[in-house]
Ligand binder design. Structure first.
Ligand code: SF4
Length: 344
């Protein structure tokens, strides 16, 4: 379901702008209908009151939590089941953050990511994205939403922009606390500029070498790292939010001296921060994580050379490795169960 469709249903049931605003606000905050001072019976028209149970049931049916995997760092990985049985991941991050998914699967096919293995299975509707926030808010406060879960937001731009607009208005999330994370796409850069809610931007850079990037991110738009950084810089200067350049550290692939030189050349003087995240080992993915000493040394060298660099472990990594892994595991469990049923 998409948010415009939900708004149309509300209007057809007699909702005016203030009723619609209240329903969307309560839904995106996971609050019950009778929250606040004004009772729904005195505030909503009777036609809307009659239609609400069915609309609320449809919203509640969009997504449910299938499994919760708490991490030692305070994060929680949620495996979220959608109405058609597909599953996506959301991750509750320390300090009131939430990472949401924008697609089931992903067409970019990054070599180090489990989500890309099956390709794109389907897009998430904008209401399914908000449903992930509502599920998370039912567990704890959420003040930051990052689109870094399964999927490439630029490949589902209409739904992601609808969700960002709602979260940045009635959802009460500060615009710079909404983070659109992309492998880079000219169309989405242009579109982000034009929105009333302009999110912060994270770019999955991973290497400064165009040819290596084409191999690591085989179906990302063919933009050279220089072009990507130039487009990001324009966005950062217009919005006033620094760009988050993401770099998954892969041993022997993008952790060498040449990359350090490339990063200094590319990012010196740019309004952004480089987030280096050592790769999480994943079964069936032929990459490994550099030693912690090597990661620290790289980050320190870059710092000394004037690049604002943060070395991070990805949240919840003690639970299970990289993006998409929980979903892959659930799928593995489902297959033998289905076969057992078939035998009966
Ligand atoms: S890392 Fe992101 S863009 Fe790349 S395949 Fe995985 S989900 Fe898609």
């Amino acid at each position: 379901m998409r948010i415009p469709e939900l708004k149309r249903r509300l209007r057809e049931a007699g909702a005016g702008p203030s009723h619609e605003h209240r329903i969307l606000r309560l839904w995106s905050h996971a609050l019950p209908r009778d929250s606040g001072k004004r009772r729904p019976e005195s505030f909503f028209p009777s036609s809307l009151l009659a239609a609400l149970p069915s609309i609320e049931a449809d919203l509640a049916g969009l997504a449910r939590i299938h499994a919760v995997h708490p991490g030692a760092d305070g994060s929680e990985r949620l495996l979220v089941a959608l109405a058609d049985g597909q599953t996506v991941e959301s991750v509750l991050l320390p300090r009131d953050g939430l990472c949401v998914s924008s697609q089931v699967g992903c067409a970019v096919g990054c070599q180090f990511c489990m989500t890309g293995r099956d390709g794109l299975l389907r897009q998430l509707g904008s209401a399914e994205i908000i449903a992930q926030v509502a599920l998370a808010r039912a567990r704890r406060p959420v003040r930051k939403v990052v689109f870094m879960g399964m999927g490439e937001p630029a490949h589902n731009l209409d739904n992601v922009m609808e969700a960002i607009d709602l979260l940045g208005t009635v959802g009460n999330i500060g615009h710079k606390n909404l983070v659109f994370s992309t492998v880079g796409d000219e169309r989405s850069f242009e579109r982000l500029h034009q929105q009333r809610v302009r999110p912060a931007l994270a770019l999955s850079l991973h290497t400064t070498k165009a040819e290596l990037r084409r191999r690591l991110l085989p179906r990302a738009p063919n933009m050279a790292p220089e072009e990507l950084v130039a487009a990001c810089e324009r966005y950062a200067r217009t919005t006033g939010y620094p760009i988050q350049y993401q770099w998954t550290l892969l041993e022997g692939v993008n952790d060498g001296e040449e990359e350090i030189e490339g990063i200094v050349r590319l990012l010196s003087g740019k309004y952004g921060v480089l987030n280096m995240i050592p790769f999480n080992a994943v079964d069936g993915v032929a990459f490994s994580r550099p030693s912690w000493e090597r990661c620290e040394q790289m980050a320190r060298t870059l710092h000394q050379r004037g690049i604002l660099t943060k070395l991070r472990y990805s949240a919840g990594q003690d639970v299970d490795g990289g993006c998409g892994q929980l979903r892959a595991r659930a799928a593995e469990i489902r297959v033998p169960l289905r076969r057992a049923e078939d035998r009966r």
